[in-house]
Design a binder for this molecule. Structure first.
Ligand SMILES: Nc1ncnc2c1ncn2[C@@H]1O[C@H](COP(=O)(O)OP(=O)(O)OP(=O)(O)O)[C@@H](O)[C@H]1O
Ligand SMILES: [Mg+2]
Length: 256
């Protein structure tokens, strides 16, 4: 059932990295082998799980020079979760890859050889629709889209779903929307509720589980561990556990 999932939204700060790390941690605890690919030159996923000055150019070399990604896989303190960390060189990929042949398929080529070794591969994308994100969407079976519950959420989402359609048409016909995830939900505000209703009305792929705004989620990265180890009882950890269950049920074909 091996699957490659891109976690993407061109909008910054919507919870892509938090979702990548927390969902991977929750699924790892459910006995699945997970690999995180940190495809964002900002390296937030890497530092969130303790790789503070990643000195690992495996992802860059696999994209630019066809090196094997295997050399870059690091084990983490999280059960059954490994990571290919990001490196500053990755920022150059957007420019350097432009002149390469089949530049959109580089990540697909490099991940296909690893696919069977993991139950799930999560790609944490940068906040843009540049070549790194296009490579991730071309490599992926599906895309998980975190959306912050705020004004203009729907506009960004429409833009992204047009991009997903373009990728389906031109680069990766099998790409699906795995789900839209409402993040930083604040039950006390009308805004969160309005955004939720609006997103659900337009996109029936929206996850039932909603991620609340939770201070523990923003604290965990500075400790280099996921929220599931930092404070397993916190609302954020509980929500990501529920998301992991909903996600695995969807992958097994149980639609509610
Ligand atoms: N549910 C939440 N509750 C509170 N804070 C959150 C929540 N989700 C994310 N955050 C915080 O919001 C900020 C942005 O989150 P995150 O880094 O996951 O977003 P991102 O989409 O990966 O950002 P970027 O586009 O820069 O990669 C971080 O400081 C994170 O700790
Ligand atoms: Mg991020």
């Amino acid at each position: 059932m091996s699957q490659i999932i891109a976690i993407a939204n061109q909008k910054g700060g919507v919870g892509k990295t938090t979702t990548t790390v927390s969902l991977a941690a929750a699924i790892g605890k459910m006995n699945k082998n997970v690999l995180i690919i940190d495809a964002d030159p900002q390296s937030n996923a890497s530092s969130a799980i303790g790789f503070n000055s990643p000195n690992n150019s495996a992802l860059y070399d696999s994209l630019l020079n066809n090196y094997s990604l295997r050399n870059g896989i690091m084990s983490t303190a999280m059960e059954r979760v490994s990571i290919v960390p990001s490196a500053p060189e990755l920022a150059g990929v957007e420019v350097e890859l432009v002149s390469h042949l089949a530049r959109e398929y580089r990540m697909q080529n490099t991940l296909e050889s690893l696919r069977e070794e993991y139950d799930l591969i999560f790609i944490d994308c940068p906040p843009s629709l540049g070549l790194l994100t296009v490579n991730a969407l071309t490599a992926a079976d599906s895309v998980l889209i975190p959306v912050q519950c705020e004004y203009f959420a729907l506009e960004g989402l429409k833009h992204l779903s047009n991009t997903v359609e373009l990728i389906q048409k031109n680069l990766n016909p099998k790409l699906k929307i795995c789900g839209i995830l409402l993040t930083m939900y604040d039950a006390r505000t009308n805004l969160s509720r309005d955004v939720e209703l609006e997103v659900r009305a337009h996109f029936n792929e929206t996850f039932n589980v909603v991620i609340p705004r939770s201070i523990r989620l923003s604290e965990a990265p500075s400790h280099g561990i996921s929220v599931l180890d930092y404070d397993p009882e916190s609302a954020g950890a509980v929500a990501y556990n529920q998301l992991a269950e909903e996600f695995l049920n969807l992958s097994n074909g149980h639609h509610s």
